[in-house]
Design a protein around this ligand. Structure first.
Ligand SMILES: Nc1ncnc2c1ncn2[C@@H]1O[C@H](COP(=O)(O)OP(=O)(O)OP(=O)(O)O)[C@@H](O)[C@H]1O
Length: 286
């Protein structure tokens, strides 16, 4: 295996308040190559905070500590804010769950996508517009010209999600952190977006961190899976071996998934063991 694109060691995220400290991420280590890594786990397990901590997007009262966050040989923790801005959106992109937080409400959609291209590629406005329209088409927007000239509030939620995905993919990042990127999309559009991401991984060697609740989707789409519980990594496995996962939490998550092929009246309820949070975190290295 070549040198990983991203190496994270002993990452911790804490939120301090007067009354208590919440440990959102509790010392996790993993690496990402030019591959598709899925991060799964229930709500509150620390998936999103992991993605944001890598991009240094956690604000006070949040506090991030790590022994190492190395991206393509660059120590992200040592960069100035200006240097970090040059990495964000260009070399590492983040697609978030909700497009509201990524799209500028007072700027037309086309302009935003075109600018995302022009910030990092010296190109004419005409070239940026051409690329933006192509990208809107690629995420299956039927009338790209009309959407190009719309403001974010004039498009539906699902379309906003696709616009954001177009905007994050247009600079062709080396690493994409996709936080539940397709959960608001219908199945055909979801498939299209997965295909686009897949093509970037295969053809351009992009690394992908795919954060999701959907175990079935992750096991069919990703190469490896990291399973998080209570801010720790409890298990890591090859995606196609997820069904044989060993940790009781992963087994519980799998048992709680409905299956079309074997309908049952009642889904099993995940029993939790406090020991899972105390156990030493598993390192998810290639
Ligand atoms: N500003 C904050 N102050 C205090 N705690 C916070 C703050 N932001 C996040 N947390 C806590 O951090 C923990 C991890 O949150 P995170 O968003 O990473 O979970 P997640 O696994 O991505 O969940 P989901 O799937 O619902 O997005 C949660 O317990 C959450 O309550």
């Amino acid at each position: 295996m070549n040198k990983p694109l991203l190496e994270v060691e002993d990452l911790r995220v804490r939120f301090h308040s007067k009354r208590k400290t919440v440990e959102a991420v509790r010392g996790i280590s993993f690496s990402v190559g030019r591959e598709r890594i899925g991060i799964v786990g229930e709500s509150g397990s620390g998936k999103s905070m992991t993605g944001r901590a890598i991009l240094r997007l956690i604000r006070e009262p949040g506090e991030v500590q790590a022994r190492k966050i190395l991206f393509d040989g660059i120590d992200l923790q040592s960069l100035s804010e200006k240097e970090m801005r040059a990495i964000r959106g260009h070399r590492i992109s983040l697609v978030m769950q909700d497009p509201k937080f990524s799209l500028n409400p007072v700027m037309k959609v086309g302009h935003q996508i075109g600018e995302a291209y022009r910030v990092h590629n010296r190109s004419s406005k005409a070239e940026a517009k051409k690329r933006a329209l192509e990208m809107l088409e690629a995420v299956q927007i039927r009338n790209p010209e009309r959407v190009y000239d719309s403001y974010p509030h004039e498009v539906s939620g699902g379309m906003g999600q696709r616009i954001m995905i177009a905007m994050m993919l247009i600079p062709e990042p080396d690493l994409l952190i996709a936080d539940e990127p397709t959960s608001a999309l219908d199945v055909t559009v979801q498939m299209r977006v997965l295909q686009i991401m897949d093509k970037l991984v295969r053809d351009r060697g992009m690394g992908l961190i795919f954060i999701s609740h959907d175990l079935n989707l992750v096991s069919s789409f990703c190469d490896r899976v990291i399973i998080m519980y209570g801010g720790r990594i409890v298990e890591t496995c090859k995606a196609d071996e997820l069904q044989q996962a060993k940790h009781p939490y992963t087994r519980g998550l799998l048992a709680a998934m409905p299956h079309i092929s074997s309908p049952c009246e009642r889904l099993s309820v995940l029993e939790r063991d406090p020991k899972w949070q105390e156990e030493a975190s598993v390192d998810a290295f290639i």
